[in-house]
Write a protein that binds this ligand. Structure first.
Ligand SMILES: [Cu+2]
Length: 196
């Protein structure tokens, strides 16, 4: 019954649209607009399903005002850490106007988990030519898993306007060939820091 009425409504709508007078130019621009929308939806679909670019899927909170007192994001725990199973986690803090630590080295062709927090305002982090791009919202942990396929020097840029020094907010990341990368000895964690 309801299906029938929906079908009826669609038929009415399509007959109304075909009865509507549309100027040739107007029709042309409607078509162009729909093609542009279709193009962008297509790009998003390809990025999501083939390039693995997705919005973060979990919510984890942190107290941005006391990061230095937290177990995980205290200054001595920042940077690259390897746990007992060999999983590599990179913890970084974004603050006006830098990322801390300022420079890190990671191995290529290895799965890396980045955990980002902000100490003040909204920041973003973007590493060109990779799938690394996320907002760093104060009060939340932004976690991204990525792999750098090729060794090289990559910039890390802030891509959310955060104040007058925003355009100077960037850091470096050295991606080193897997066989040449050495575990940062002093940062090998024992069981990994507990999350609070
Ligand atoms: Cu910024």
């Amino acid at each position: 019954m309801q299906k029938e009425s929906l079908k009826q409504q669609l038929q009415n709508l399509s007959s109304q649209i075909s009865a509507m007078h549309l100027d040739h130019l107007e029709r042309k621009w409607i078509t162009i607009s729909l093609l542009v929308i279709g193009f962008f939806v297509g790009i998003m679909t390809i990025d999501a399903f083939f390039h693995g670019i997705n919005p973060p899927g979990k919510v984890e909170t942190v107290d941005s005002a006391s990061l230095h007192l937290s177990k995980e994001f205290a200054e001595e725990n920042l940077g690259v850490q390897v746990d007992d199973q060999g999983n590599i986690t990179v913890r970084m803090v974004a603050g006006r106007y830098s990322f801390f630590p300022k420079h890190i080295s990671v191995p290529a062709e290895t799965r890396l988990t980045f955990r980002w927090v902000s100490m003040d305002v909204l920041h973003g982090v973007h590493i060109p030519m990779t799938n690394m791009s996320t907002m760093i919202v104060p009060g939340y942990v932004a976690e991204i898993t990525t792999t750098f396929p090729k060794p090289g020097e990559y910039p890390m840029l802030c891509n959310e306007y955060c104040g007058l020094g925003h355009n100077h907010m960037w850091s470096n990341i050295s991606v080193i060939a897997k066989e040449n990368w050495t575990t940062p000895a002093k940062l090998v964690s024992k069981g990994g820091p507990s999350h609070e």
